[in-house]
Design a protein around this ligand. Structure first.
Ligand SMILES: *[C@@H]1O[C@H](CO)[C@@H](O)[C@H](O)[C@H]1NC(C)=O
Ligand SMILES: *[C@@H]1O[C@H](CO)[C@@H](O)[C@H](O)[C@H]1NC(C)=O
Ligand SMILES: *[C@@H]1O[C@H](CO)[C@@H](O)[C@H](O)[C@H]1NC(C)=O
Ligand SMILES: *[C@@H]1O[C@H](CO)[C@@H](O)[C@H](O)[C@H]1NC(C)=O
Ligand SMILES: *[C@@H]1O[C@H](CO)[C@@H](O)[C@H](O)[C@H]1NC(C)=O
Ligand SMILES: *[C@@H]1O[C@H](CO)[C@@H](O)[C@H](O)[C@H]1NC(C)=O
Ligand SMILES: *[C@@H]1O[C@H](CO)[C@@H](O)[C@H](O)[C@H]1NC(C)=O
Ligand SMILES: *[C@@H]1O[C@H](CO)[C@@H](O)[C@H](O)[C@H]1NC(C)=O
Length: 402
């Protein structure tokens, strides 16, 4: 009798623990707070967890510290708040998509996720991530109302894609030292300032429509570095020594592009349509394996250390810079591809015959077609082909993103 009296509650508790299925076979689906509460005794949820589209108002996942698989919420258009106060890690993807009225995302303990993919969260203005996510291999954030990315502080990253966040004012990833994939900013708020103060090495980095990019520690890139339609007056990469393709197109306010230690461009180097840029000076630049293609309104051009250009060389400006040093380089076989240098020209052109300035004078169909047939583009050498291809690919990506 005595035994039973004590045994019964113990058995009941044991049964309850067993009843709390912590996943393992199939995706855990949560449609209501009641469903979520059913897992509150689980420290770890095995497998994937999905918040159902029917979920509404607030869902709080209490107690759970770890989700072994992915954590997804898609098209839950009546969900205003999603919280998981104890959740420390998500093994696989953390995906939120089409949560149109979600305004609070609260994960005070979260530090590690496999990857983040958030899109179409038009009412999400801040992250309530007390501890900050410091580990994620990929982060993609598109079309949210976030004003900053506080709550995400990574040391390393594969791909970082931040697009169409129309309220994003500032991004400061002050722990990031290395990126191994593509860092891509496009179509966010035009006044967005991006600061990557400790980033030392990267692969591909592309910036569109940002107002400022700060990369004071950047030392080398194995991929391309490109700027299109950005608003900075000064771009400075004081420690950058090498990069693959380098591109500056249509940065209307740019007055100064400063890369005083740049030595090696493993690809093409393209500057055009930066109408306020008065000088192009790269004092340490020694070798470009693609083409040098600078056009615009600059009055000064100086590449005093240049000793090898494997591709062509095209330099055209409305300004009165001197072609003499470049002609000499061409004579000395520094330049292996086709050479063209013209100052004080009304319609400066890029190597492929496009206008080198953003005002209309050079874009009239007459002049650009005649210039294309004059051969500037025909002599593209093999080394420059990837550069052009890549520019086209990124152009396409932008259109898609916008
Ligand atoms: C959201 O709530 C409205 C009103 O209750 C309902 O008609 C609609 O079906 C709900 N949407 C979803 C995705 O459950
Ligand atoms: C950089 O981007 C190009 C073009 O998309 C791609 O071929 C290349 O693999 C990328 N490099 C790295 C290191 O991600
Ligand atoms: C832009 O970034 C540079 C560093 O690259 C910094 O010196 C400058 O103050 C910034 N400009 C603005 C307007 O924030
Ligand atoms: C720039 O590089 C030098 C030498 O490699 C290093 O001492 C310095 O700390 C770097 N500056 C920044 C801001 O990382
Ligand atoms: C890039 O710089 C880092 C740090 O200075 C160095 O360890 C690495 O070898 C460099 N990579 C290349 C390809 O030069
Ligand atoms: C963003 O930059 C692109 C160039 O890549 C430009 O065509 C576009 O007009 C810019 N968008 C805005 C809103 O400034
Ligand atoms: C460009 O900026 C760099 C660094 O801020 C500075 O040293 C240099 O004098 C500037 N060049 C011009 C032409 O303004
Ligand atoms: C262009 O520069 C050269 C040499 O620097 C000078 O002789 C010439 O007068 C200048 N032309 C104009 C139109 O300023």
């Amino acid at each position: 009798m005595v035994v039973i009296k004590y045994l019964l509650p113990a058995l009941a508790a044991a049964n309850l623990a067993l009843a709390a299925d912590c996943g393992g076979d199939g995706t855990i689906k949560i449609s209501s707070q009641g469903d979520a509460d059913g897992y509150s005794s689980c420290k770890k949820l095995k497998g994937d967890v999905e918040i159902d589209g029917k979920a509404r108002d607030t869902i709080t996942l209490n107690g759970v510290k770890e989700i072994e698989g992915s954590f997804k919420a898609e098209s839950a258009t009546n969900l205003t708040e999603l919280s998981a106060p104890s959740l420390e890690s998500i093994g696989d993807k953390f995906e939120l998509d089409g949560l149109t009225i979600l305004s609070k995302l609260s994960m005070g303990s979260l530090t590690s996720v496999g990857s983040i993919k958030w899109q179409a969260l038009p009412n999400l203005q801040t992250l309530d991530f007390g501890k900050s996510v410091s580990k994620a291999d990929k982060v993609e954030i598109t079309n949210t109302a976030l004003t900053n990315l506080d709550g995400i502080s990574l040391d390393n990253i594969g791909d970082l894609t931040i697009t169409e966040n129309r309220y994003l004012k500032s991004v400061n990833l002050d722990g990031l030292t290395k990126s191994t994939g593509l860092i891509n900013f496009a179509g966010n708020l035009n006044s967005l300032e991006v600061e990557l103060p400790k980033l030392i090495s990267g692969s591909n980095m592309t910036f569109r429509n940002v107002s400022n990019v700060s990369v004071p520690s950047l030392h080398n890139l194995t991929g391309q570095l490109g700027f299109w339609g950005d608003g900075f007056k000064i771009f400075s990469a004081p420690n950058l020594t090498e990069s693959s393709d380098l591109t500056f197109i249509g940065n209307k306010e740019a007055r100064n592009i400063s890369m005083p230690k740049l030595e090696y461009v493993n690809g093409g180097f393209h500057i055009s349509k930066n109408d306020k840029l008065k000088s192009v000076e790269f004092p340490e630049l020694k070798k470009v394996t693609g083409a040098v293609d600078f056009s615009g309104k600059f009055d000064e051009a100086s590449l005093p250390s240049l000793d090898t250009v494997k591709g062509g060389f095209n330099m055209q400006s409305t300004g009165n810079f001197s072609c003499e040093p470049f002609k000499k380089m061409n004579k000395n076989q520094v330049i292996h591809g086709k050479f063209k240098c013209v100052g004080e020209t009304k319609n400066p052109k890029t190597k492929s015959g496009e206008s080198g300035t953003s005002d209309s004078s050079g874009t009239s169909t007459g002049s650009s077609s005649s210039s294309t047939s004059s051969g500037a583009a025909v002599v593209d050498n093999v080394a420059n082909m990837p550069a052009m291809g890549m520019a086209a690919i990124f152009g396409y990506l932008l259109q898609y993103a916008m």
